[in-house]
Structure formats: structure tokens, C-alpha cells
Write a protein that binds this ligand. Structure first.
Ligand code: HSE
Length: 429
């Protein structure tokens, strides 16, 4: 008896869509030899004819109408790669209504509507697979979903944005300014022409919401993520951080506290001995702290057509297994619970600060007094070279409640001898 055929359709033939078709053509025999059913890519839809023509597929498989894939009764798995929220969300809902499993790499849509779509999928005894939505080619979603089902995750720390990691790496290694490092990232194709979502931390926040849903089994909400981008970090900060044994990374941090979930994305000083400090250039990593397995790190390329295509095709195989063996494959997604959220002000952190101050007697004392008045204890104080008539002061606090720190900071910035807009970066603790 021949192997059961699972027919697949693709909507979206952009960079990642083309990567999926390329990898499919290169490896479909290998894949089909490894599984006990047979995958067949039947149709690809894109509104842009030239993108379709570039795929090198048989004309009969190409269409400019998404409906030709979404409504084709023979297609059992739809890959959605158009990105953005609409019409991607409606397309996925329509594919599910039509009884198809869905594979997507769409992080913003999954962060905003993932749970509703997963619920719809479950009602229909179907599933949505989104391995490529976080960490590109890194096997991450499936290990979080399946391998950690018996464990309790305490905290997730992610370097999940390649653009910003590349920028910080170049600032650190080659003494570039943020602007020059960003231009380099764009020139080399690591950053998009409009890198706003990356630089402002939104892309990392989407990915954090997706991971938090999964590892905590709670309904993480995008609007509850505290988000700070990388714009405030200068070459000087990176250089001082290195001097005191740290490197700066944009971290996506999710933790489960007794009061609820604390979700944040911000630059952080990471100790050089922490495994995340070694994640450089455009690479991504997710460090998981859990009860039984202790510490795990998933590392690799977080973007790019080939790594992402490998993740997508592995999801297609998973969908095929669900069809072939009539399994739901849900695990933790089954019952996400409502949760409270802990605002960043209620958390504790250590802070790095860099100020410019007038270089005269008493300024340092007034700075130290302002912190002491709010009970903020200082761990490290460095006074550095003059910039004109100004001295540069770098401080690191001990662990402090964010609210107390900000009260002290308001007092400090009221001191006329201290220049406004200090650099403020949390330390990873
Ligand atoms: N623009 C993202 C990054 C890749 O720089 O990591 C896709 O999420």
C-alpha cells in the first residue's frame, strides 16, 4: 500500500515563502523518506505574479488568489507566510473553518490573536503550529510545549531579536555608534529597511508573549509587556559595561511571580560569564530557568529564509502526523488561564547609571545623598574623564525596588549640577 498523501498549500511567496519552496524542492525526498506519510506542496498563492514565477514551480501550482488555497478541499495543511495582522488572521481563521491545520511564522499576529485562533483550532480538532514565529530556525516552541510539560518554568530570558543583537555586537566589538551599527546591519541584510519594530523592542515583545503563553500556561497580553527599545544605549555605555564585566543585550524577560506574570523587554547588562553574553551578531538564544531541568539554553539563527524554512517544514510534518494519527498535539495550550500582571515598578533590579556632572566640590556628595534619602544603596561608583567642564560618573546600585529607584532619580536630576537625561540600564539579576 502506498503512503498516505498529505496535501499542503502555501499563502505568501515573499522571502520566507521562497525559502520554504526552495528547501522543499531540495529536501522533499529526504523528508518523505523519514516519515510514514507523504507531503506534497500542491499550491502557492501570492498576489504578486513575479514572486510566484521566481519559485520555479509548475505553473499549475501557482495562483494569485489566496482563496484557491484556503478553500481547496484537498489541501489539509495551510502555511501562512504573508505576515502582519490582517488579512493573515482572517486567512488563518478561514483555513481552520475549512478544516485545515495551519502553520505560521507570524509573530505579531500570534502575539495578538494566537490564543483565539488556537481556541478555534481546538474546537475544530485542528491545530496551529508556530515554531518559526520565535527564534527562526531554533527548535524552541516544540521543546517548550512537549519536553517541558512535566517541569515548571520560573523565568524565560530571551535574546530574540537579531537586528538589535547585531547592533550591540558591532558597537561592542568595533566601537561603532548605534546609528553606524544599524546602517551596517541594513547594508548586510540583517535589519529591515524599516527597523522600527526591532529597534523599539516590539518584535522581541511579540515573541515574549508567545513564549510566556506557552511556558506559564497563562494568557499573556501584549499590552502588559513593559517595552524599552535600544535607542538610549550609547557606545560609551557598552564600553563601561565591558570595563565592569558586562555586555549589553536587549532581553525579553518573562517570569511567573505569586502576584502574576511580569513581562518586559529592555536593554540589560548581562554578566560576561552568563551563557547569554556569548550570543553575538544576529544570533538568538532563549535561556530557560526551570524547577527540574534547572537551566537550558536554545541557541541559533533567529531569522533568515533557510533556518526559518526548516522550522516551517518541520511544523508541516507535525501537522501531517496529527492528520495521519488523528492526534490533537496541544499539551500546554489546552487551558491557558487568566492571570494578573506585575508592573515593572513593583519589581526589583540593580541599575547602571551614567551621568554628566559639573566637576566641582560637593556635587558627588549631593548625588550620593539623593540616593541615600530613598534607601538606594550604591554598589559601584566610578568618576571618569572630563567632557569639557563636565565629569562623567558611572554608578551601579544594589538591588532596589524600581519605584524607590525612580524617586531617587527624580531627586538626582533636580540637582542643577547634574546634566539631564542620564543613561539608565538595568542589570540582569
Ligand atoms: N527582524 C527580526 C530580527 C527577525 O531582527 O530578529 C524576524 O523576527
Amino acid at each position: 500500500m502506498g503512503k498516505e498523501l498529505v496535501k499542503v498549500g502555501l499563502v505568501g511567496a515573499g522571502t520566507i515563502g521562497k525559502g520554504v519552496v526552495d528547501l522543499y524542492r531540495r529536501n522533499i525526498n529526504l523528508i518523505n523518506n523519514r516519515i510514514d506519510f507523504e507531503l506534497s506542496l500542491e499550491k502557492v498563492a501570492d498576489r504578486d505574479q513575479s514572486r510566484l514565477q521566481a519559485l520555479g514551480l509548475d505553473e499549475k501550482k501557482l495562483t494569485t488568489e489566496a482563496a484557491d488555497v484556503l478553500d481547496d478541499p484537498q489541501i489539509e495543511v495551510v502555511i501562512e507566510l504573508i505576515g502582519g495582522i490582517e488579512p493573515a488572521r482572517s486567512f488563518i481563521a478561514r483555513a481552520l473553518e475549512n478544516g485545515k491545520h495551519v502553520v505560521t511564522a507570524n509573530k505579531d499576529m500570534m502575539a495578538h490573536h494566537g490564543w483565539d485562533l488556537i481556541s478555534l483550532a481546538r474546537e475544530k480538532n485542528l491545530n496551529i503550529f508556530y515554531e518559526a514565529s520565535v527564534g527562526g530556525g531554533i527548535p524552541l516552541i516544540r521543546p517548550l510545549k512537549h519536553n517541558l510539560v512535566a517541569d515548571r518554568v520560573r523565568r524565560v530570558l530571551g535574546i530574540v531579536n537579531g537586528t538589535t543583537n547585531y547592533i550591540f555586537t558591532r558597537m561592542d566589538r568595533d566601537d561603532l555608534s548605534l546609528e553606524d551599527a544599524l546602517s551596517e546591519a541594513q547594508r548586510l541584510g540583517f535589519a529591515e529597511a524599516d527597523p522600527t519594530n526591532d529597534v523599539e523592542g516590539l518584535d522581541a515583545a511579540y515573541k515574549l508573549v508567545i513564549m510566556a503563553n506557552l511556558v506559564f500556561g497563562k494568557k499573556a497580553v501584549f499590552d502588559q509587556v513593559h517595552i524599552e527599545g535600544i535607542k538610549g544605549v550609547t557606545y560609551e555605555d557598552i564600553s563601561y559595561a565591558r570595563e565592569i564585566g558586562y555586555t549589553i543585550k536587549l532581553l525579553a524577560i518573562g517570569e511567573e511571580l505569586p502576584e502574576g506574570l511580569a513581562l518586559r523587554v529592555h536593554p540589560a547588562l548581562v554578566p560576561l560569564e552568563h551563557p547569554l553574553a556569548s550570543v553575538r551578531n544576529e544570533l538568538n538564544a532563549v535561556f530557560i530557568e526551570c524547577e527540574a531541568a534547572k537551566e537550558l539554553m536554545f541557541y541559533g539563527p533567529g531569522a533568515g529564509p533557510m533556518p526559518t524554512a526548516a522550522a516551517i517544514l518541520s511544523d508541516v510534518v507535525e501537522a501531517g502526523r496529527c492528520i495521519r494519527f488523528n492526534i490533537a498535539n496541544g499539551v500546554v495550550e489546552r487551558e491557558l488561564q487568566d492571570t494578573g500582571f506585575v508592573p515593572v515598578g513593583a519589581l526589583e533590579a540593580r541599575f547602571y547609571l551614567r551621568f554628566l556632572v559639573e566637576d566641582r566640590a560637593g556635587v558627588f556628595a549631593s548625588l550620593a545623598n539623593a540616593f541615600a534619602d530613598e534607601g538606594v544603596s550604591l554598589d559601584m561608583i566610578i568618576q571618569k574623564r572630563r567632557v569639557g567642564d563636565l565629569a562623567e560618573v558611572v554608578l551601579v546600585t544594589h538591588q532596589v525596588k524600581e519605584e524607590a529607584f525612580h524617586r531617587a532619580l527624580n531627586k538626582v536630576t533636580d540637582i542643577s549640577a547634574i546634566q539631564p537625561n542620564p543613561s539608565i540600564i538595568r542589570l540582569l539579576n
